[in-house]
Design a binder for this molecule. Structure first.
Ligand code: ADP
Ligand code: UDP
Length: 237
């Protein structure tokens, strides 16, 4: 599959056209950002680690009946995906309090959330991805009620599947962000699932194994992503 024109260069990935108008090539770069792009670094191997990690997760989700845009991994850094019309809403599920939830509500990091919380954020870098609710999404036309219901249902199903999956590697799935889009009218899970967009802690020690290592300057960022992969049986060559 030949890579065509560059359509979009995001903070961590570049999206290219392909020979098929229905498919895109997604390239995972080593660029790593936090705090809405204010902290930026290149972390060696991160692009290929996340690409392989995402392949593994999307394949497991498909096996559990959760459809995504993922078609196949093309190379170390590239994957073929179905072209989506992205819904500009980020869906966040949380099993334990961390990150912006702690700041917003004054909650101590690590409190278990039962049932898990489900939040929506507008995907808008200029506004710093503000939190929104379903009413905003409907009134401003970002998503229809049917789409919102499906996004919520799929997000919570992803949580059920992946919580178990990471537990088998002795990890807690603390929280994660998903993006959805439309492919010929059907809602599909898009973007990526990797330690860049979720929080994972060691179950016993609560050692952070995700992008918080970068946000908080803890070091060993890609090494932690590789450790997560190893615990799940992913081979990074
Ligand atoms: P950001 O845009 O937040 O900086 P990335 O660097 O990860 O993020 O860029 C990837 C971009 O591609 C995101 O804007 C994401 O919404 C978009 N995207 C993800 N999957 C698809 C898809 N299947 N079709 C079209 N766009 C997609
Ligand atoms: N997240 C993400 N992209 C964003 C915002 C959040 O991938 O633009 C992920 C983040 O890695 C975490 C979860 O969503 O796993 C919840 O993030 P939070 O709201 O706590 O924001 P943060 O403090 O991480 O910016």
């Amino acid at each position: 599959m030949q890579k065509g024109q560059l359509l979009y260069k995001g903070k961590a990935k570049s999206v290219y056209a392909s020979e098929d108008p229905d498919l895109l090539v997604m390239e995972y770069r080593d660029d790593t950002s936090a705090f809405n792009g204010q902290k930026l670094e290149q972390l060696e191997r991160k692009g290929r680690v996340n690409n392989t990690f995402n392949t593994f997760i999307m394949t497991r989700l498909a096996a559990a009946g959760i459809a995504s845009h993922f078609v196949r991994q093309l190379s170390e850094r590239e994957s073929l995906v179905k072209r989506l019309e992205m819904i500009p809403v980020e869906c966040v599920v949380r099993n334990f309090a961390a990150g912006s939830l702690c700041k917003r509500l004054g909650i101590a990091e690590g409190q278990e959330l039962l049932p898990p919380t489900y939040e929506l954020f507008l995907k808008n870098d200029a506004l710093g991805d503000p939190m929104i609710n379903e009413s905003h999404a409907m009134s401003f036309g970002w998503a229809t009620p049917v789409q919102l219901a499906r996004m919520r249902e799929l997000s919570l199903r992803v949580n059920d599947v992946l919580k178990e999956f990471f537990a088998a590697g002795d990890m807690l799935l603390v929280d994660f962000k998903l993006e959805f889009g439309l492919h010929h009218g059907e809602i599909l899970l898009g973007d990526e699932f990797s330690p860049d967009g979720c929080r994972l802690w060691d179950r016993q020690t609560r050692k952070k194994l995700d992008k918080d290592r970068f946000r908080q300057g803890l070091g060993g960022v890609v090494e932690a992503y590789e450790e997560v992969g190893q615990r799940l049986g992913i081979q990074f060559d």
